[in-house]
Design a protein around this ligand. Structure first.
Ligand code: NAD
Length: 270
């Protein structure tokens, strides 16, 4: 409890999934939280329920594809809470990556542009606008959200993967340029986390296939990522910056033939 006491935190994409889990966790730990989402109604509902439980939380509608809207989110935060200590850049256009993104050869240029505009440019703009108030407050923590898809190839969602790879580079650049001002910047790279964005797609055999490639007995939960974000947001991570932290059940830690090998060994043992 109280690991974020006195801090002001913005969580983008806080109406759903990982962002909502992190917003709840930040609030439980004493932060004053701004739940920012394109789905402003959902964010408001969740902020109200946090307030009913005794937390300090407000909601704001934001479109991370729009610079003016991001400016309004930052200004609203400064006006409401008087500063900014933590920015969790969590939102992504998951509706595009799930339903419209594709292999490169079939790539729709508009989908490519929209994905990079919302995921990567949105993350850069929110970070850019957060830096001055963080500096004024003596420092801060920017937490970005990558994905395993930035680190290894896959058959689809190329635009999403490239946007996340850009976010990893952006993380190191912000950390390098602002570390001496007490501003840390790290990224979390989640494995398969069961959220509204993923639960349908991975409910059946696809989920089983993914589980076989994680080293853990289960897939990830929203709480797994919220815990990592809480650590990076808190002063406990004062010496951690410029890092991409895989919170992925070891998904990218093993040899590519790991699942095949396990299957082969099980067959050999029979
Ligand atoms: N769930 C996973 O398995 C997984 C794995 C790797 C990375 N991630 C990353 O974690 C983050 C959260 O994923 P999730 O599974 O919780 O997704 P989600 O779809 O449940 O939540 C995303 C939220 O972002 C909001 N959003 C979408 N477009 C927006 C915009 N233009 N402006 C503002 N808000 C917008 C949505 O309204 C939604 O509330 C994303 O960055 C995603 O890429 C998730």
């Amino acid at each position: 409890m109280n690991r974020l006491q006195g801090k002001v935190a913005i969580v983008t994409g806080a109406a759903s999934g990982i962002g909502l889990g992190a917003a709840r966790r930040f609030a439980q730990e004493g932060a004053r939280v701004v739940l920012a989402d394109l789905n402003g109604e959902g964010a408001r509902r969740e902020a109200d329920s946090l307030c009913a439980a005794g937390a300090q939380a407000v909601a704001v509608t934001v479109d991370l594809g729009d610079e003016t809207s991001i400016r309004a989110m930052i200004d609203f935060t400064l006006k409401t809470f008087g500063g900014l200590d933590v920015l969790f850049n969590n939102a992504a256009a998951t509706h595009l990556s799930q339903f419209k993104d594709s292999p490169v050869e079939q790539m729709d240029t508009q989908v490519w542009d929209d994905t990079l505009r919302i995921n990567l440019r949105g993350c850069m703009l929110a970070s850019r606008m957060a830096i001055a108030p963080m500096r004024q407050g003596g420092g801060g923590s920017i937490i970005n959200t990558s994905s395993g898809s930035a680190q290894a190839g896959a058959l689809g969602y190329s635009a999403y993967a490239v946007s996340k790879a850009g976010i990893e580079a952006l993380t190191r650049y912000i950390a390098t340029q602002h570390g001496k001002e007490g501003i840390r910047c790290n990224a979390i790279s989640p494995g398969l986390i069961v959220t509204p964005a993923t639960e349908q797609g991975y409910a059946g055999p696809a989920g089983q296939m993914m589980l076989e490639h994680h080293l853990t007995p289960r897939l990830g939960s929203v709480e797994d990522i919220a815990s990592a974000a809480l650590y990076l947001a808190s002063d406990e991570a004062a010496f951690v910056t410029g890092q991409v932290i895989n919170v992925d059940g070891g998904l990218l830690a093993h040899q590519p033939y790991y699942a095949d090998e396990r299957r082969a060994m099980a067959i050999a043992q029979e």
